[in-house]
Each structure stands twice: as C-alpha cells, then as structure tokens.
Design a protein. Structure first.
Length: 335
C-alpha cells in the first residue's frame, strides 16, 4: 500500500513519518513476519505505509493512524522481548486492542498482555484479542455464573473452555462438564444409528474441537474415560448436582426456559458455570421461548452473575464472517 492509498485524504503536510528503532535485529525480523506479512497486515488495517531501514521502521501516514500503528509495533516488539511469539492472530489482537489517540495527540499505552488474563493450557497460552473478550475472561474468573452472548466466531465458547482448562490444570476445579442442547433431533437421539456416544457426538463436536486445541488428544481421551471431563447433551443434566466443576452450556439459545432453569440449578459447591449463546440463531419450534432470553431477563442484576455481550467487531474468525454478520444485522434492522 502506497501513501496515495491513505484514507481519508489529508493535507500533504500531515503525512509525515514516525521512526522507530528496534535494537535486536533477530526480533525485528520476527516482528515483520515472513515476507513482511505482519507489517502488511498493520498497513492494511491502519491505513499507513511502513518502510524498513536497517534496524528501524518508518511509519508514514496521517498522525492519528501513524501514532496508533507505532504503538502496535512497540507492543508486539515488547511481546517478542518477553519470549513470546507473534503471529497473524497476535497482530490482529494488537490492532483490536489499540487505544484511540488522546486529545493531546498521543496514543495511549496498549495493554495487551495482562498476566491475570493469560490462559495457560497444556498446548498453548490463550489471550483475549478484543476488549469485550478481556472483560469476558475477567468476569469468568470473578463470578460463579457468567453469560457470554453474541454472534458466532466471537470466542464465547472457545474462551470459556480455555478458562475451564486453565482452572482444571491449576486445581481450582476437579472436573470439566461441557453441554449443549441437541435440538436438531429434538433430544430424541434414539433415531440415530450407533451407541449413545455415537448418537450425541455430532452435536458435541465443537466442544471436542475446543478441548483438543488446549490439551493433548490422548490426555483428553484419558480424562473422558476417568469422567474428569464430561461432554453430554443438556437432557442428561437433569437430576445431577455439579460440584467442584467448571460447567459450560453452549448454544444456550436452543434451551427452553424449563431446561435453562433445570441446568442453572445444577450448580454445586466449588463450581463455576458459563452459559454461551447467540440470540439470533434460535432453532426452537415456533412459539417456544428461548431459555437464554428468559435467563437474561430474570437474572440481570443478581449478585454473582455476570453478562458479557459481543458484536461483529469481536469476530476472530475469517474477516468475512464479521462482514456477513454486519450485513445480516443491517438487513434485519431495515425490515
């Protein structure tokens, strides 16, 4: 991207450069990324042009965007100095976390790496990439019951499972319980071929995928056999008391009001519970009230319960997913 591509147009005298010096050339190479792809990502999203001059980077552009891009580069370099890697997802997180320029014209400090919010799993550390995700993770540690509500791809379930694995590894809980409503078959799983595990696994696969991202697959299998990790349909939760466990109910918009009350009252001593869902993707029969909406209405303001909301801006999947959600929301608002 050249200077001529800067948006919006500015006076020529406003398009100047900020020169950043990075003493460790090896870290600078990692900062730039293979074929300078990290720099290209920052250029594209911030509307600046970045030139490499030895162990320096010149950031060229309008002052506000230039200062924010410089703050992102400094923050990513500090991450490398701390012995951590920088990939496309980390650059995206840094860009999302960037603070606006203050009235004085200075870019505020970007606080990306809060040790209290880093999730240490067996395979890799996980970090929130947006402000909404930071608040969500903080609330999951601080409250016994947390709700994550928003569109697909915003990390609601992924981060909830990551928090659960972190607490399990640290010994804060003794087991992990993951559940989903199996609404596609109306919870009547007997019509599907195979044994019970084969019947329910298609509905539970996203939860298996998240677990396998945080723990070695053999360890996941062993923990499931030992029942220290349970993955089961919502209907199987009735009559249980879940103590000393980290419990996640995913796709909660597809739970009925009665099922939601049943599930919430399973919470036992020493447990944490997370409810995630997307109010725009309810698959319940027409006329059946979503338990997620009911819980949101009834539990707002109850001590020990937190609600966190996500928007298309928090989507961390392919950028096209965010644009699809925004287009859908705009169409529904207009109709």
């Amino acid at each position: 991207m050249g200077i001529s591509a800067l948006t919006p147009p500015t006076k020529p005298e406003d398009i100047v450069e900020t020169l950043l010096e990075f003493p460790d050339n090896r870290l600078l190479i990692e900062l730039c990324g293979e074929f300078d792809r990290n720099l290209a990502q920052i250029e594209h999203q911030m509307g600046v042009h970045i030139l490499r001059r030895g162990n320096r980077l010149a950031v060229v552009g309008e002052k506000g965007a230039r200062d924010q891009a410089a703050a992102v580069l400094r923050s990513l370099y500090a991450r490398l100095e701390a012995g951590r890697s920088v990939g496309a997802g980390d650059v995206d997180g840094a860009l999302r976390m960037g603070r606006p320029v203050t009235p004085s014209g200075d870019s505020e400090q970007i606080e990306l790496f809060n040790p209290g919010l880093e999730l240490r799993t067996r395979k890799k550390p996980i970090e929130p990439r947006t402000e909404a995700q930071k608040a969500y993770v903080a609330n999951l540690f601080a409250h016994e019951l947390g709700f994550g509500i928003g569109p697909a791809g915003t990390g609601k379930t992924y981060l909830a499972v990551a928090v659960g694995v972190t607490m399990f590894i640290s010994g804060a809980v003794e087991k992990i319980v993951l559940s989903r409503p199996a609404v596609e078959a109306g919870e009547r799983l007997g019509f599907l071929p195979g044994d019970m595990k084969e019947k329910v696994d298609p509905y539970m696969q996203p939860l298996y995928d998240a677990l396998n991202d945080f723990l070695p697959s053999k360890q996941v299998e062993k923990l499931i056999q030992e029942k220290r990790i349970e993955i089961a349909p919502l209907a199987f939760m009735r009559g249980r008391t879940l103590s000393n466990a980290f419990v996640v109910l995913d796709e909660a918009q597809n739970a009925t009001a009665m099922q939601m009350k049943m599930f919430l009252t399973r919470l036992g001593e020493g447990s944490r519970m997370v409810i995630t869902g997307d109010r725009t993707q309810v698959d319940l029969p027409r006329g059946v009230t979503s338990g997620l909406s009911e819980a949101e209405r009834i539990l707002k303001g109850v001590k020990g319960v937190s609600f966190n909301y996500f928007t298309a801006k928090d989507v961390v999947r392919h950028p096209l997913v965010a644009r699809i959600i925004e287009a859908w929301d705009s169409d529904e608002a207009a109709s």
